[in-house]
Design a protein around this ligand. Structure first.
Ligand SMILES: NC(=O)c1ccc[n+]([C@@H]2O[C@H](COP(=O)([O-])OP(=O)(O)OC[C@H]3O[C@@H](n4cnc5c(N)ncnc54)[C@H](O)[C@@H]3O)[C@@H](O)[C@H]2O)c1
Length: 391
C-alpha cells in the first residue's frame, strides 16, 4: 500500500467516538469518497478504503477526482449517531469546503450528510474553479434532480452500485461460461446487497441465501428478493414475519456454508479471511463491499483458483453516477445513468478477466496494474501565486 497524501484525526468532545479523514490523492484539486460509521472502524481501515477509492476513480474513467474516505468509530444505531456524524463533518468542513467531497457509506445516509452540508451553505463539495463553472453548476442541478428519481421502485442512488455489481457478476460468469440460473449468496441487504440481489434475479440468477446483521435466510429454490425488500427496515434488516414456509433461518455467521456458484459480500470488510477462506464454495467472488477479503484470506482464495471481480472494478456505480452527471458525461436520465454504469462495469470486468486469463494471473494482481492511479496533486488554491505558496 502506498502512503496516503493526508490523514486527519478527530476525537469527539461529547462521546468516545474517534474519526479519520484520509485523502489518498487529489486530481485537479478534487477528491471523493464516503463516510463510514461502525464501531470497528480504524485508521488503517480508512487508509485502505481511501486507496481503494483512488483506484476506483481510475476504473471509472474519471479525469477529475482522486480518492479519499472518512470513517467514524461509533455505533451507527446509537440515538446520537446523527449528532456524532454532524460534529465529525463540522470538524472536516475546512477540507470539505475546498474540494474534499464526502458522501455516505456503511452506517451513514447520504441525506444526513447533505443535510449537514446544507446547514453550512454547502450543496455538494466542489473546488473553487468548479464553483465558478456553469456546466458543473448545471450538472449539480441535474444530479439533485436525479437523486429524487426511482428505477424499479428504488431510489436511483440506492440502485446504482448494486446494479453495477450485478452487471459485473453477470459479465464474469459469462466469461467463465457459467451455467444459466447460477446460485448466488449475498452477505448484507442494505442499499448495495438488496439492489444487487434484485438485478441478478431479473437477469435470471437464483438468490439462494441472504444474510443481514441479524440472520441468514436460505432457500434452494430461490428467495423472493422483491418481497424481502418490501419488508426490510432502514438498517437493511429483513423481517422474518414475511418469510415463506420453505425458507430456512440460520445464524448470519453460516453464510459461507450455503452451496452456491457466486458469492457476493455486500456488508463489511475482511469478512473472508484466514479463518474461513478455505470454506468458500463458490467459484466466483464479486466484491460489492470495499475490501471484504483480508490479505491473508486473499492468498488462500488465489491459491485455490477462485475467480474474483475486485471491489473497485465491481462497486463503482455510485461514484460513476456522481462523476458522469456532475461533469456532463451522461444524459440526466435514470435509465441513461444505469446504461452508462452497465457499459463501464461490463467493459472493465471483461478487460480484467481477459488480461488475467491471457497472463495466467490472479485478477486482483492484474487490476492493481490496469487501474493504478498515476496522479497525486495538491489542493486547489485561488491563483497560481497561492498555488506556488503551498509547494
Ligand atoms: N452504498 C454505496 O453506494 C456503496 C458504494 C460502494 C461500496 N459500498 C460498500 O458496500 C458495503 C455495503 O454498503 P451499503 O450502502 O449497502 O450499506 P448499508 O448500511 O445500506 O447496508 C449494510 C448491510 O450490511 C448488513 N450487515 C451488517 N453487519 C452484518 C453482518 N455481520 N453479517 C451480514 N450482514 C451484515 C446490514 O444489516 C445491512 O443489510 C459497504 O462495504 C460499503 O462501503 C457501498
Amino acid at each position: 500500500m502506498t502512503k496516503p497524501y493526508l490523514v486527519v484525526e478527530w476525537n469527539d468532545t461529547e462521546t468516545d467516538a474517534q474519526g479519520w479523514l484520509v485523502v489518498h490523492n487529489f486530481v485537479k484539486g478534487y477528491t471523493g469518497g464516503g463516510t463510514r460509521m461502525h464501531p470497528t472502524v480504524t485508521k488503517e481501515e480508512v487508509e485502505r478504503l481511501a486507496e481503494a477509492m483512488a483506484y476506483k476513480y481510475v476504473a471509472s474513467d474519471s479525469g477529475t477526482t482522486g480518492g479519499c474516505k472518512a470513517g467514524i468509530s461509533y455505533d451507527y444505531k446509537a440515538p446520537d449517531a446523527y449528532a456524532v456524524l454532524r460534529r465529525f463533518l463540522i470538524a472536516m468542513m475546512p477540507y470539505i469546503d475546498i474540494g474534499v467531497s464526502l458522501g455516505s457509506d456503511l452506517g451513514t445516509k447520504y441525506e444526513d450528510v447533505l443535510k449537514i452540508f446544507n446547514e453550512f451553505g454547502i450543496d455538494i463539495p466542489l473546488t473553487k474553479s468548479m464553483k465558478q463553472d456553469p456546466s458543473v453548476l448545471q450538472g449539480i442541478k441535474d444530479f439533485d434532480g436525479l437523486m429524487k428519481t426511482r428505477i424499479d421502485g428504488l431510489l436511483l442512488n440506492d440502485a446504482v452500485t448494486g446494479y453495477g455489481v450485478a452487471f459485473s457478476a453477470d459479465e464474469a460468469w459469462k466469461f467463465k461460461n457459467g451455467k444459466d440460473g447460477a446460485r448466488v449468496v449475498i452477505q448484507g441487504f442494505g442499499c448495495v446487497g438488496a439492489s444487487c440481489a434484485l438485478k441478478l434475479s431479473q437477469l435470471g440468477y437464483k438468490i439462494v441465501g441472504i444474510s443481514d446483521a441479524n440472520l441468514l435466510v436460505t432457500c434452494e429454490d430461490g428467495l423472493d428478493v422483491q418481497k424481502l425488500m418490501d419488508h426490510k427496515n432502514v438498517y437493511g434488516e429483513m423481517d422474518q414475519a414475511y418469510f415463506e414456509p420453505n425458507y430456512t433461518v440460520r445464524p448470519n455467521s453460516d453464510w459461507l456454508d450455503v452451496d452456491c456458484d457466486i458469492l457476493i459480500p455486500c456488508a463489511l470488510e475482511d469478512v473472508i479471511n484466514q479463518s474461513n477462506a478455505d470454506t468458500v464454495k463458490a467459484s466466483l467472488i464479486v466484491e460489492a463491499a470495499n475490501i471484504p477479503i483480508s490479505s491473508e484470506g486473499d492468498e488462500i482464495i488465489k491459491q485455490r483458483g477462485i475467480d474474483i471481480v475486485n471491489d473497485f472494478v465491481a462497486n463503482l456505480g455510485a461514484i460513476r453516477f456522481y462523476d458522469a452527471v456532475i461533469f456532463g458525461l451522461v444524459q440526466p436520465d435514470p435509465q441513461a445513468v444505469i446504461d452508462d454504469i452497465e457499459k463501464l462495469c461490463r467493459r472493465n470486468t471483461y478487460q480484467l478477466f481477459s488480461e488475467a486469463k491471457s497472463q495466467n494471473r490472479y485478477q486482483r494482481d492484474v487490476a492493481y496494474e490496469i487501474f493504478k492511479p498515476e496522479v497525486s496533486g495538491l489542493l486547489e488554491y485561488a491563483d497560481p501565486s497561492e498555488r506556488e505558496a503551498v509547494r
